[in-house]
Design a protein around this ligand. Structure first.
Ligand code: XMP
Length: 520
């Protein structure tokens, strides 16, 4: 079988906090990208590498154990753009010199350009002077085969180009919005230097993913697709069923009893509408039993994660299956990969995000993650193309552990039921006031705090509910939503008047960072 390999810009991630922005900017411009870690021994075989970007990173080439330029990069003879640390690696490779700088530069900087010196960029490229720097080291000695096409106003060489090969280096970060012409530079690199056309990336994406799935799962494979009811696992399920046929994909959802009010029925109906079957395992008792007496957030997350593994394992090994599973499907996104410490660049684990990653090892299943290279907005776009109903695609994200991590402290069925009612009032109000789609994510949280109130002539001593609503683009940062006057007080009044057990409502006005979106 001949394999279609999509044209891609390969990004080698040396650990910069901005690497995902390179991907994001290029994807927005319509170019397909693939990101790998620097220790990969060969270029990826499932893409046609049309150009390489070496990202920035926290190291200096002089640091011991700093990651080096993979030995296959230069011999591959593809256009290269080195950014910040990536430029240092190029200079080092071609015999120039960097020194640890006394001129540290963090933040905006002004450039003087001479684009005509850049052999492999269009001569007519116009660039604004403001760029974003984040570095200490600076270039002392240019390799002999390079020229300069940009210098900062305080004299730092910040843009270089090989005289004959399509190799460019920039000291600043074109991927950051504050580099005013960064996008234009990335676009010129993709179209002019790599000779890529942007029009086809999204048109053929579903087909490309389908081919990849068929290659990975093989002609006999059988996938157990873990469904959460969210956009990512739903779009993954549709892609798998399209690529392999419905009979080779079993979609299974574990109902842990901590979903939103009415959500399980809603998800079941969506899957029927999509023509993809869904098995729901009702396991309320198992989860509530395991969570009794536990109030530490991490321990709760681990118990819920382990509960998923137990349920899927029980299902996957059940006697009812004549065709054993070979793969586990998950709706992992590119942002999950970046945020996980497993991405390999020393990222800190802030929270143990729920996943069923323990399962493949236990059951000897291979993971199949059709969306691993995509961001949420791209998944929504892809889902739209696949005719997944808009009402499903535009749902707010909801965490795998569900209301289990929104009941702060110990979880009980009665507290979950209370929170379900409050959350439903908030979400229904957002929909009624046409605010739901202006918000990235909203929900209610129940605090383990009781306070005194008065209702009618009665003293009350009841629980506290927090409303949270944030704006975000990828949930890595988030800001607080400012609602029209009166909206929150109406929601609060409705909650207190109709949910027995809650007598006080607060609004969370903290952004991420320093807070996270979820409370636990
Ligand atoms: P935080 O709380 O880390 O959340 O700011 C960022 C985004 O991730 C969602 N989230 C999760 N999603 N499993 C998930 O599938 C989880 O364990 C989990 N924890 C947080 C959160 O709702 C927000 O959209």
């Amino acid at each position: 079988m001949t394999q279609h390999r999509p044209d891609s810009i390969l990004i080698i991630d040396f650990g910069s906090q901005y690497t995902h922005l390179i991907t994001k900017q290029l994807r927005k411009l319509g170019f397909f990208t693939t990101t790998i870690a620097p220790h990969q021994p060969l270029p990826p075989q499932d893409i046609e590498v049309r150009g390489i970007i070496l990202s920035g990173g926290p190291n200096s080439v002089h640091t011991e154990d700093a990651p080096s330029l993979p030995s296959w990069v230069i011999p591959l003879n593809k256009p290269i753009l080195g950014i910040c640390y990536g430029m240092q690696l190029l200079v080092n490779h071609f015999g120039g010199q960097f020194s640890s700088g006394d001129k540290r530069e963090f933040g905006p900087s002004s450039m003087r350009w001479d684009v005509s010196e850049a052999q492999h960029l269009p001569a007519e490229l116009e660039l604004a002077s403001q760029v974003w720097m984040s570095h200490c080291d600076h270039l002392d000695q240019l390799p002999t085969s390079f020229t300069t096409w940009g210098t900062t106003t305080n004299g730092v060489i910040a843009a270089i180009s090989h005289t004959t090969q399509p190799i460019l280096g920039v000291q600043f970060h074109p991927e950051v919005e504050h580099s005013l012409s960064g996008k234009a530079l990335l676009e010129a690199f993709a179209t002019h230097t790599c000779k890529l056309s942007s029009a086809t990336y999204f048109d053929s994406l579903a087909e490309q993913i389908g081919t990849k799935i068929r290659n990975q799962v093989g002609p006999q494979g059988h996938v157990l697709m873990a469904v959460s009811g969210g956009v990512d696992s739903t779009v993954s399920a549709v892609l798998l069923a399209r690529a392999l046929g419905r009979e080779r994909v079993s979609c299974v959802m574990v109902d842990h009893g901590m979903m939103r009010a009415g959500e399980v029925t809603e998800v079941k109906n969506y899957f029927t509408e999509l023509g993809v079957g869904l098995e729901v395992l009702d396991r309320h008792n198992l989860f509530f039993e395991q969570l009794a007496g536990v109030s530490d957030p991490e321990q709760k997350r681990k118990i819920i994660g382990q509960g998923f593994i137990t349920c899927f394992e029980e299902w996957a090994t059940g006697i009812q299956h004549s065709n054993p599973y070979t793969h586990l499907g998950q709706g992992t996104l590119y942002s999950d990969v970046i945020e996980s410490a497993g991405a390999g660049h020393g990222a800190h684990t802030i929270k143990s995000h729920h996943n069923v990653g323990g399962l493949p090892e236990k059951l000897q299943l291979q993971l199949v993650e059709p969306l691993r290279q995509l961001f949420k907005d791209e998944v929504r776009q892809l889902g739209h193309q696949l005719k997944v109903p808009r009402k499903l695609l535009d749902r707010h994200p909801f965490p795998g552990p569900g209301l289990g991590i929104r009941v702060v402290g110990e979880v009980s069925p009665s507290k979950v039921a209370m929170l379900q009612q409050a959350d439903k009032i908030f979400i229904d109000s957002l929909k009624r006031e046409d605010l739901y789609h202006t918000v990235w994510q909203a929900g209610a949280i129940l605090l383990p705090v009781q306070s005194v109130g008065v209702m009618g002539d009665q003293r009350t001593y009841e629980w506290t509910c927090v409303l949270r609503a944030v704006s975000a683009t990828d949930a890595m940062t988030a800001s607080v939503v400012e609602f029209p006057a009166g909206f929150l007080t109406q929601v609060a009044s409705k909650i207190v008047n109709s949910v027995a057990g809650i007598n006080r409502v607060l609004y969370d006005i903290t952004s991420k960072p320093p807070a996270t979106i979820e409370w636990e």
